[in-house]
Design a binder for this molecule. Structure first.
Ligand SMILES: [Fe+2]
Ligand SMILES: [Fe+2]
Length: 165
């Protein structure tokens, strides 16, 4: 049923489709369909891209980077950690004193929310917590975490600059 809902909505330009979308579903359908993630469609992240769209964009890019580098990774953890990495659940553009520190605090907030809703494993937890490296000083401890920090930065630049094009 949720699938129908997804079909009706216009797919964002950075939202993966086809085979790669099917792979995200294979590893992270429960996260993608969850009420919390669905809610993140309303939170604007970069330009006009929602947190939901950004998260899928990053997850697909993580898979592409891992395969390109031929790194041996846990693809399931890679996708799930990427889907959860910005699960901070607020609109950081809204004027609020705590949102001013968004860059520094949202990884911890995302981790706390993810632990509450999805029980991430050790690799996924480290991915979420360290994805803002080097802004947050905690070190990425796994290949999956390193890939996420790279994919997140590339996708963020693409999403921010696309708006002007
Ligand atoms: Fe983030
Ligand atoms: Fe992100």
């Amino acid at each position: 049923m949720e699938k129908e809902g997804l079909k009706e909505e216009k797919r964002g330009r950075f939202e993966p489709d086809g085979e790669i979308y099917e792979e995200l579903l294979k590893y992270g359908k429960d996260i993608m369909d969850s009420p919390g993630m669905q809610k993140s469609k309303q939170f604007v992240h970069h330009g006009d891209v929602s947190v939901y769209e950004h998260s899928l964009h990053v997850a697909a890019s993580c898979l592409a980077i891992a395969r390109k580098l031929k790194w041996k990774v846990d693809e399931r953890a890679l996708v799930r950690g990427a889907l959860m990495h910005d699960y901070f659940q607020y609109d950081w553009h809204e004027p609020d004193r705590t949102h001013r520190w968004h860059g520094f605090i949202h990884a911890r907030r995302a981790l706390r929310n993810a632990e509450r809703d999805f029980s991430p494993n050790e690799v996924e937890r480290n991915m979420i917590e360290t994805h803002m490296f080097p802004l947050n000083l905690r070190l990425p401890r796994y290949r999956e975490s390193v890939i996420l920090t790279i994919a997140d930065k590339i996708c963020s630049v693409q999403e921010t600059t696309a708006r002007r094009g």
